[in-house]
Ligand binder design. Structure first.
Ligand SMILES: Nc1ncnc2c1ncn2[C@@H]1O[C@H](COP(=O)(O)OP(=O)(O)OP(=O)(O)O)[C@@H](O)[C@H]1O
Ligand SMILES: [Mg+2]
Length: 321
């Protein structure tokens, strides 16, 4: 594996506010990497630093083939969170203009624009004014603009967040193709988009990396058995569910193992009304004890499912802790 970009101790403060604190990560060549985090986590700030638009307060960014202190900006294609276009230009004129700004000769820019507009599915709309484009078309135009100088790394800030479902689907499928051709880093607050496209994920929260690594490895490492339980919605049953949380807490606080071994098997519990989701350490024993208790407490069981936690659970846990 070859490292294309490496960030070390990347930090950005605005006044006394730390938007990004000491982030270190590497982007491997040909990988697709998602920078995943909730609103305000520091995604745009990080991306703007990587794209060379914002000077880090601290830390360094290294890029393959660029000497220390040199600029890697021309090797990056960047699509901002809310790109603004000149609506009076046509898609073709805008793409040529972007190519000229990147230093391409006019003939080169024209040839590249024609090819790229075709590539992003805008060949038929190339001669139309950008003002008439849909959100999805504008985003695809943004991609053509970002790729015009054949960058080594394509960086996109929430490329599908502002789109309707059709636009999302179109742009996601285009990204699926583009990631075969170039290294990609994009930010999102939607786990599903990261799972659908990426090899690696960097999960950030309050400006810090909460978790990073290959998606498949993270999924494997964090697969925990889960039992989902729906009981009758009468007061007795709901009180029993709520009581389980208290028992689990007591068990956690106890210094020695207590005789209440069901509570000891429960590692995490979420309850809403008559439904509970239990993360357990040992699924067979926990299921058995649950069934025994339901019978002895005379609680009606409406549904019980045994499965595994998903990356979604992990993401929610990481960002809400
Ligand atoms: N120029 C600035 N001055 C002061 N604070 C800023 C500035 N830019 C960003 N911030 C703050 O830094 C934090 C991170 O912002 P950032 O835009 O990087 O988050 P984000 O993860 O991209 O969020 P979103 O999902 O809403 O796009 C936020 O609390 C934001 O208010
Ligand atoms: Mg942002």
């Amino acid at each position: 594996m070859t490292v294309l970009l490496e960030a070390e101790g990347l930090t950005k403060t605005f006044g006394s506010f730390k938007a990004v604190t000491s982030m270190s990560f590497a982007i491997q060549e040909s990988h697709c990497v998602a920078l995943l985090g909730p609103n305000g986590a520091g995604k745009t700030t990080t991306i703007r630093m990587l794209a060379g638009l914002l000077a880090p307060t601290n830390g360094r960014i290294g890029f393959q083939g660029v000497r220390e202190g040199g600029s890697h900006c021309e090797r990056i294609g960047y699509l901002p969170q809310s790109p603004s276009f000149y609506n009076w230009m046509t898609g073709y004129e805008y793409t040529v203009y972007a190519g000229r700004l990147c230093g391409l000769a006019t003939s080169e820019a024209k040839a590249a624009a024609t090819k790229l507009l075709e590539r992003v599915g805008l060949a038929n709309a190339a001669g139309k004014k950008i003002g008439s484009y849909s959100g999805g078309m504008k985003q695809r135009l943004g991609l053509a603009q970002a790729l015009i100088h054949r960058p080594k790394l394509l960086i996109m800030d929430e490329p599908v967040s502002a789109l309707d479902p059709v636009g999302r689907r179109d742009v996601l499928s285009l990204l699926r193709e583009l990631k075969q051709e170039t290294t990609v880093l994009f930010s999102t607050h939607v786990l599903h988009d990261a799972e659908a496209l990426c090899d690696d994920v960097i999960i950030i929260r309050e400006g810090q990396i909460a978790l990073q690594g290959g998606i498949a490895a993270i999924q494997d490492e964090n697969r925990k058995p889960v039992i989902e339980l729906t009981v009758d919605s009468d007061a007795h049953s709901q009180a029993w569910l709520a009581g389980m949380k208290a028992r689990m807490r007591r068990e956690g606080e106890a210094s020695t193992s207590s005789p209440d071994s069901l509570a000891a098997l429960i590692k995490h519990i979420e309850i809403s009304a008559n439904h509970a989701r239990l993360q357990v350490s040992e699924v067979h024993a926990a299921r058995q004890m649950l069934l025994e208790e339901l019978a002895s407490e005379k609680i009606g069981l409406l549904d019980m499912k045994v499965g595994h936690s998903s990356l979604e659970d992990l993401f929610m846990k990481v960002v809400s802790e």
